[in-house]
Design a protein around this ligand. Structure first.
Ligand SMILES: O=C(O)C(=O)C[C@H](O)[C@H](O)COP(=O)(O)O
Length: 216
């Protein structure tokens, strides 16, 4: 799908690009660029770099500048300040593990499409009150998995989800088959041992396999 990074990107664009949004934890800034290249090479362009490590913002900045085709986003956005820092670093979208109106407002102010994290009906309602209908279901498997999404489809038919947390190549298809799931998120495309070893070919392979999940 043709997506011009930064040009009116929506949360739905982010979800539609590939079947999986990789959740990336960068421990070493030097890994960010080759890792992003490996994922793009495998057809995965929307890259969620979690703000869990001190070099996450530097990694987002490096990917934004140096990896054509990559669309870096910030994960683990937990405050308005996180949203502002992510946008300044060059993030093109944001993902949060939960939701507050302050985060929603801050993302709008800095122009970041946001996938707010929800795990209950009340949280869905709060996100919807602020205009968010594309949501991350987190943590998906511990919170009820596919059965929960099926149950939500009744009262929330307009909401589209990206289940994340406990999703893997083994269960991704069960989620992707649901009418209210557009994509899934997961850390399995970037195994810590492959990143540490610089095994970028393996990461490209995992990315390719994940792209095929949608058509298979
Ligand atoms: O850091 C965040 O903002 C998160 O929301 C957490 C991640 O999305 C999950 O930890 C990924 O879960 P796994 O694929 O099961 O490893």
């Amino acid at each position: 799908m043709a997506v011009t990074p930064g040009a009116n990107l929506t949360a739905l664009d982010v979800m539609r690009n590939a079947a999986v949004i990789p959740v990336i934890v960068v421990d070493d800034a030097a890994q960010a660029v080759p890792l992003a290249r490996a994922l793009v090479e495998g057809g995965v362009r929307m890259l969620e770099v979690t703000l869990r490590t001190p070099m996450a913002l530097a990694a987002i900045e490096a990917i934004a500048r140096q990896v054509p085709g990559a669309v870096p986003g910030a994960g683990t956005v937990r405050s308005a300040a996180d949203a502002q820092a992510a946008a300044s670093a060059g993030a093109k979208f944001a993902v949060s593990p939960g939701y507050t109106s302050a985060i929603g407002r801050a993302c709008r102010e800095v122009g970041l499409p946001l996938l707010p994290g929800v795990a209950t009906g009340s949280e869905i309602l709060m996100a919807q009150e602020d205009g968010y209908n594309e949501l991350k279901f987190f943590p998906a498997v511990p919170s009820g998995g596919a059965a929960m999404l099926k149950a939500w489809h009744g009262p929330f038919p307009e909401v589209r989800f990206c289940p994340t947390g406990g999703v893997s190549v083994a269960n991704a298809k069960d989620f992707l088959a649901l009418p209210n799931v557009v994509c899934v998120g997961g850390s399995w495309l970037t195994p810590a041992d492959a990143v540490k070893a610089g095994d970028w070919a393996r990461i490209t392979r995992l990315a390719r396999e994940s792209v095929a999940l949608r058509s298979a």
